[in-house]
Design a protein around this ligand. Structure first.
Ligand SMILES: [Zn+2]
Length: 349
């Protein structure tokens, strides 16, 4: 009986999060028929009501310039910002060993990828996507010099399913006075892996994926994208520059180009899966910018699409929310093969 489920039902260790992921793909044998997904509603290239389109007024009175290419501005309603009120570190009457707080200081920015309201990343030229990566690199160089910033999270939410109502292509930057916990966890994992095995954790993962090859989704001279052995979401994809960089600030132009190219190929493969813009949460995971020694950290992009199939969303529930570990019902190898089989049309260079 159990042999029938070989490779379809097992636990895998997630070495970056240091937790188990349980795969039970044997429960999910019904194949998807491949029915055409509903065509997305097309939106105009310019929307007079969009707060991200060129020339439009924003909520707090500022007006966007007639920008071309990438446009970055400070978020009008920042999650972290210089206007955050001062607070006492220990709430009145609280046990200081337990309860502490701080000012929600920092910088929150919005990055528009393109002046056109209706373009998708997959439809932009590779040079435009490279210009976006170069703009992110400029931001990182600036934040490295800012002593009040410890960490920078660059992330994109794409699709209504992850709560985005404005289709104008954009992402956000949170520059904070604390390090986001996933990177804290990865740093601790890399430190322990170094002391236990005298090797770099990230390079170990990258080498293992390249050697196996069965989970690779896209690769070129300077970057590699794969659905990791330990993916939590069905189409979760990691993209690594081949050379180790702690943050984007130190990347060379040709490396940025390769990373942009791999990123864009992943997006185009996503979009080709069901012939519709594929929703995801993308984050660029980088080392802190507080001047510490993070030479063991290897920056990477992480894409976490919530869909398992068209119209079928992974809802974190009992095991995930209640217990903190993910249960997956698809195998990374099968999903990587599916992504490699997407036929890509031509697109602007
Ligand atoms: Zn717009």
């Amino acid at each position: 009986m159990s042999e029938a489920f070989q490779g379809q039902w097992e636990q895998r260790w997630h070495p970056l999060r240091r937790e188990w992921v349980v795969y039970s793909a044997h429960r999910n044998t019904r194949p998807w028929s491949g029915a055409a997904a509903a065509a997305p509603e097309s939106s105009p290239a310019y929307d007079p009501k969009c707060y991200l389109c060129p020339g439009n007024a924003r909520a707090r009175g500022e007006t966007n310039p007639a920008y071309e290419g990438v446009y970055i501005f400070d978020n009008d309603f920042p999650v972290v910002g210089p206007e955050a009120p001062h607070v006492e570190a220990v709430p009145p009457g609280a046990d200081p060993a337990l309860y502490k707080r701080g000012r929600a200081d920092g910088i929150a920015r919005v990055v528009c990828y393109d002046p056109r309201h209706n373009v998708h990343l997959g439809g932009l030229s590779t040079s435009s996507v490279t210009a976006l990566f170069a703009a992110w690199r400029e931001q990182m160089i600036e934040f490295h010099k800012n002593p009040s910033i410890r960490f920078v999270l660059i992330f994109e939410n794409r699709g209504e399913i992850v709560g985005v109502s404005n289709p104008h292509p954009h992402c956000q930057i949170y520059a904070t006075n604390f390090v986001f916990s996933l990177v804290e966890t990865e740093l601790a994992a890399a430190r322990d892996f170094r002391s236990d095995h005298n090797r770099n954790l990230f390079e170990g993962i990258l080498e293992t994926e390249l050697r196996s090859g069965e989970r690779i989704v896209a690769q070129n001279e300077t970057a590699c994208a794969f659905i990791p052995f330990f993916a939590r979401y069905a189409y979760e994809t990691l993209i690594f520059p081949r050379r180790r960089h702690a943050t984007l600030a130190t990347m060379e132009d040709d490396e940025l180009f390769g990373l942009a190219q791999a990123f864009q190929e992943v997006i185009r493969r996503y979009d080709g899966l069901y012939n519709q813009p594929f929703p995801y949460v993308m984050s660029i995971l980088q080392a802190p910018v507080d001047g510490g020694d993070y030479s063991d950290y290897h920056l990477h992009l992480m894409l976490q699409p919530p869909l398992r199939r068209p119209g079928l969303q992974k809802f974190p529930a009992g095991p995930e929310i209640g217990g903190g570990n993910f249960m997956a019902d698809t195998m990374p190898e099968d999903k990587a093969l599916e992504m490699r089989q997407v036929v890509l049309g031509s697109h602007p260079e």
